[in-house]
Design a protein around this ligand. Sequence first.
Ligand code: AVJ
Length: 319
Amino acid sequence: MYTVDHMGPRYLRQALAEDVRTGLTSVPKWLPPKWFYDAAGSELFSRITRLPEYYPSRRELALLREHAREIAALTEAENLVELGSGTSEKTTLLLDALTSEGTLKTYTPVDVDGTTLEAAAQRVAAAYPGLAIWAVRADFERHLSLLPRIGRRLVAFLGGTLGNMDEEGRASFLTELRATLSPGDCLLLGADLVKDTGRLVAAYDDAEGVTAAFNRNVLSVMNRELGADFVPEAFEHVALYDARLNRIEMRLRAVRHTRVRFRELDLVVTFKAGEETRTEISSKFYRYRLEREVERAGYTPVRWYSDPAQDFALFLAQV
Ligand code: AVJ
């Protein structure tokens, strides 16, 4: 097992600092969702995937169970590259299928959180003794060109994380990724589909408040990394569905006028009472539109798998 770290403590602070300077001085304020995922945030996300309201993980797992063998046969991948691998739980299905197919040699999990990445890589290493593991700590929005290019690749981008980007962001991401791939390499996307607004909102505003804690975790990350003095309880979790842009937005709403000092940045940010900071978009897809986006970025659609309720899809494309 090898670990490559493109996000040392200095990089992390600097990238977060840049995003804070840009996002929290914009109107309206915003922050990129990648900063949710420190060790605590990754753990909270893991809990989200088990919530009754959060259907995407269960749907995707069922689709993987049903179709992993065919995906393995179609891709004949030697290297499974997983972007935003987290705990690598569902990855087992692809690893098993590619192992039976007899092609798999390498697993390359890629994640922003070192703790979660390391633990997941260790677990996979123990369960698959013959497998080479290249754990890469990286930000897939910035470090795509630095990913190892070993063997025939299947790049898995699951969970619906592509939805964290807007249409423009998706176009550049897909194009940049395409540029690092070779003929025969494949891309497997997990995509959450447009559906009833009530169910969408409930998935991002669960009764237990786990998603609210996950949302507020970004405040703790800024406190720790940038010496900020956010009081997380002074911000309310907001989840709403924008039916025009087909996306969930998560926001943090200041319950009262709040002034936050960033010790490491020489920066003070004020939040008006009721002011909302957007912390995440989670786009929901229509099949034909996602297929068109992926085709425009230079891939050929191979298979579209979805459940009977049309809740979630796995989309396999090839270069
Ligand atoms: C990991 C980005 C797919 O957008 O559904 C879950 C993150 N945010 N609940 C999503 C998330 C709030 C999740 N992704």
